[in-house]
Design a protein around this ligand. Structure first.
Ligand code: NAP
Length: 255
């Protein structure tokens, strides 16, 4: 039982892992023994995060990848296999939200970008990685969705549609590939203090108002999302699939 969360010998790819939630998940998985692939659009940021993990005793490689480009996803997968031979755990975390406002005003280009990056690229990456997991009869995929995918919204429409779709994607893949012992789950963070969500918390009054509505009386920090990634990648999560895990200080469950 002591080894329940041990990830020694595992290889984990985490998209969007130079900042925020993805970085905290990667650091958490590395701390429990996984080799981790650090990836985002910026090569220097990938190198810096990987170097910090390596310096602190973990094992990380850097590989820049814009998840909206299929060829870059293919290279991410190929580079990981070239270096470490396999991918045991995939965390699909990178996402975009280029538009805030009425659904009547969103440009087609912004709508398409959200659907491409937040849904289609997740589907692509899973298509690329699942066959080797099938061969090995083992693998875990975590799709980072959002509590925004649970409720109607007047200002984050396309983003929330994409996040609801991510939960369904996890359920579909769990149903299809469960017989191959591949677990696929979604994680829905609430409001976490990252750059991505800065507009929603940088005004102290707004932050206090959100905290007051939150049963645990604070917003999330990226580290609050690390444990669920370790759990789902490890032996501890080996009978868990097709689920959506909300990590939000209690808002959805108690609101
Ligand atoms: P963040 O702190 O801004 O980090 C985003 C990461 O993704 C960075 O490493 C960024 O690096 C990378 N990235 C952005 N666009 C990319 C692209 N097209 N291709 C590859 N990498 C890309 O954001 P975060 O808040 O941690 O968000 C991570 C995930 O959590 C997203 O799926 C988001 O929807 C979800 N989420 C966040 C919150 C929240 O309150 N923060 C709540 C619910 C859900 P580069 O810019 O260098 O590429």
């Amino acid at each position: 039982m002591k080894d329940l969360f041990d990830l020694t010998g595992k290889v984990s790819v985490i998209t969007g892992s130079t900042k925020g939630i993805g970085k905290a998940m990667a650091e958490g998985m590395a701390a429990f023994g996984s080799k981790v692939v650090i990836s985002s659009r910026k090569a220097d940021a990938c190198e810096a995060v990987a170097a910090a993990i390596n310096e602190s005793g973990g094992e990380a490689m850097a590989h820049p990848c814009h998840v909206g480009h299929k060829d870059q996803l293919e290279r991410l997968v190929a580079a990981t296999r070239e270096r470490w031979g396999k991918i045991d755990n995939l965390v699909v975390n990178a996402a975009v939200n280029p538009y805030y406002g009425s659904s009547l005003g969103i440009p087609d280009s912004a709508f398409d970008k959200v659907m491409e990056v937040n849904i289609k690229s997740v589907h692509w990456l899973c298509q690329m990685v699942i066959p080797e997991m099938q061969e090995r009869r083992d693998g875990s995929i975590v799709i980072v969705s959002s509590v925004g995918g649970f409720r109607g919204t007047a200002v984050l429409g396309a983003y929330s549609i994409s996040k609801a779709a991510d939960m369904q994607l996890a359920r579909n893949l769990a149903a299809e590939f469960g017989p191959d012992n591949i677990r696929v789950n979604a994680v829905c963070p609430g409001l976490v203090k990252t750059n991505f969500a800065r507009a929603l918390w940088e005004d102290p009054k707004r932050e206090q108002a959100v905290a007051a509505r939150t049963p645990l009386r604070r917003l999330g920090e990226p580290e609050d999302c690390a444990g669920i990634a370790v759990y789902l990648a490890s032996r501890a999560g080996s009978w868990t699939t097709g689920q959506t895990f909300t990590v939000d200080g209690g808002v959805v469950g108690c609101g």
